[in-house]
Design a protein around this ligand. Sequence first.
Ligand code: SER
Length: 595
Amino acid sequence: MKANELRQKYLDFFKSKGHAIITSASLIPDNDPTVLFTTAGMHPLVPYLMGEKHPEGNRLVNAQKCIRTSDIDEVGDTVHHTFFEMLGNWSLGNYFKKEAITWSWEFLTDEKWINLDKNRIAVSVFAGDADAPFDQEAYNIWKEIDIASDRIAKLPKKDNWWGPAGITGPCGPDTEMFYWAGSKYVPEKFYSEDKKWVEIWNDVFMQYYKNENGIYKPLPQQNVDTGMGLERTLAVINGLDDNYQSELFINIIKKIEELSDKKYGHADDITRAMRIIADHIKASVFIIGDDKGIAPSNTDQGYIVRRLIRRAIRYGKQLEIEKQLWTKDLAQIIINDYKEAYPELEKNKNFIFKNLEIEENKFSKTLVIGERKIALTNTAITGTVAFNLYQTYGFPLEMTKEIIAKKGLKIINEEDFQKELKRHQDLSRTASAGKFKGGLADASEETKKLHTAAHLLLASLRKVLGDHVQQKGSNITPERLRFDFSHPNKLTDEQKNEVEKLVNEAINANLPVIINEMPLFEAKKGGAIGVFTSKYGERVKVYIIGDSLSGQSAFSKEICGGPHADRTGRLGKFKIKKEQSSSAGVRRIKAILLS
Ligand code: SER
């Protein structure tokens, strides 16, 4: 089976069960400060899982592109990726466990759909703990379907609970489906620890909200969030025990073989390096090629993409790839393989090539400087010095070791490298935990007001600077708004004052915030702004601020999921605290509302 066929079957199946097909959202979340990337299909749907009305109804299905960097150390095995696609069906307070599980089973095993061997399937359910009870209901449904008790594992929160995607948000117990990717002999008893049992699908019953104090509160509506890993499922359907052998990777791997003149599968370290390169460059292509266009930089998403590219290049060195600017060769293949499902990659391909080239050049220079530094050394290097080389020049420990080994030198107190690394990671984790606390996922009054302020800010920036201004990202906590937008130059004081003035005028006019639902093309025709792509012509919500009856046009019209304040008068006084560069061609404003 081909990837396109599997995607289509999934969408068709759930359409036949009354679900509306929606387009994959951007990889860069809007407004949500709790994560850098869309890590799961549920992510862009958080406002709707929390009770906002979705314009397409309460049964949805999609294929969502995702980035999950938490698994980065596992990339290199057969099933983990930083970029992957998640097929998902959603109930927004509509159906619950019975339908979700029955449909999952039907899709997996019915010969009309993907026709997997029933005897190779096992499942797990939530065992229960102090926060929530054993999921007897899910267990009973699987028993009714006739799954043997030995094939139903009862597992704790660490395995059978999903969410929240960030620190706070919707979450709940889940039931997971596994497929035996091993030999013909299928063990009677299911052990989730056995790697041959590959997890392919997860049905989450989102009925709780985890708040900033770590308390699980029942949600007003009971939701279903399911996620099927496209790469894994495609591999098992085709009888492969390695995702990298499937259509979604094979062309990339072949190109790496050609570039390195080495063979995939011949030695473990070579195979692992090839998988890491394939995975990281694919993730980079999708992040840079997103319609929100993230370039490598030293902050946030840009920093992740920088690390992914550099890590791939390092593994390229390990494979002794000599060609310069080879990451572009891989990008070309990835764009070809994916452009039908994700047309934005073709559209943004020059931006992708340009940024890979810049980053590869930058990193090469860094490596040369680092190499020179090490070459000048005639004494052993300490772990701390090696760490500084790593910090300053991105110079990996293994390379430092290799180079000084040629001179018969070695690293002393190597454990200090790991200690420093750990200290540094802990520091940055604490910093990001602080930065990412709270969020629009709370839908608190403060965040709603700041969200409405973000719309007023974008409209004002376009009035003052021009229509080239597009939103590049927005990050809202109860305390402040951080807003990225495309504009080539630093704002002058006059421009900043003018923007602030316009926003405050709109607030003082106490304009109503109105929601209109319409097809995307109509929204765009009517002048609504928003980075939103649609392959299925779905309906969107347009938030209109100040569509006055006096015949004047609205102050702001934006495609958006909400939620918002109902009138601008509630916002208080808008103040820009800072305006600075975010990355090339992108400016960042930090702003607050004073009561
Ligand atoms: N959110 C769940 C997951 O990521 C199911 O979609 O696995």
